[in-house]
Design a protein around this ligand. Sequence first.
Ligand SMILES: NC(=O)c1ccc[n+]([C@@H]2O[C@H](COP(=O)([O-])OP(=O)(O)OC[C@H]3O[C@@H](n4cnc5c(N)ncnc54)[C@H](O)[C@@H]3O)[C@@H](O)[C@H]2O)c1
Length: 278
Amino acid sequence: MTYNLLKGKKGIIFGALDNKSIAWKIAAKAHEEGAVFTLSNTPVALRFGEINELAEQCNALVIPADATSVKDLENVFIKSMEVLGGKVDFVLHSIGMSMNVRKQRDYDDLDYDYFQKTIDISALSFHKMLQVAKKLDAITEWGSVLALSYIAAQRTLVGYNDMADAKAILESIARSFGYIYGREKHIRINTISQSPTRTTAGSGIKGIDGLLDFTDRMSPLGNATADECADFSIVLFSDLSKKVTMQNIYHDGGFSSMAMSQKAMTQYNKSLDDPDNL
Ligand SMILES: NC(=O)c1ccc[n+]([C@@H]2O[C@H](COP(=O)([O-])OP(=O)(O)OC[C@H]3O[C@@H](n4cnc5c(N)ncnc54)[C@H](O)[C@@H]3O)[C@@H](O)[C@H]2O)c1
């Protein structure tokens, strides 16, 4: 079912790699809901990912950019305004990467060059995006900017590693810039804290299968899927959420408010019957 919620709206979507990506689902939904937009990802992702297929499906131009480069980001905003015919109404930051996670470095044995890269790619890129867009006056009044986060920003989670620190910074940037953008331009900035989701980035988390099972058992509504995240993102890009800003909104089936559920307790108790677990 489509509602034309984004009819007449223009946007930029960063971070669609393949058809599992959360950004891919959001782009497909935004297209269905009447938006026009450009897509951006790194040159490497453009070579190895499947973004051209999405671009064709959505009739969108792909603009390569490393989101850690201010110059690349300027180019994305300038080119997007050119091809879309004016300022954009929405921007999606769906970018995350940690070499420490990829190389399975433990949190008490981090490589600091990797750590800086994690922060630069997964958090500072959001600041750079917002600063570039502001200097170029690239976002329309009452526009909406969204970034994707994870509950490891608030709660410690084995295996999420330095990405937890990056997400905490990301959410803080949304609040700090949300104040400035709100005050000066009536533009809202929020983060969605999404359930664990089986994507390329998600699969990098150590023990993702057990995590997905655990969070599903813990969440009264079950894990939120990437498609459901796309639905929610469309609402946040639409005019139906005009006064929501500077929020980190949990989209997780209720997980963030739970401490123990019947389903998780049952499974936990079963594991106690196994003498190897004692
Ligand atoms: N999958 C999950 O479990 C989950 C849960 C909560 C939040 N998130 C967040 O959702 C967002 C999207 O991740 P996803 O799960 O769809 O995985 P994904 O791997 O499909 O997307 C990550 C994207 O980041 C891009 N990227 C990496 N380095 C970049 C750089 N330097 N410049 C520009 N782009 C770069 C990748 O090319 C890729 O498109 C991330 O911020 C992630 O942390 C994911």
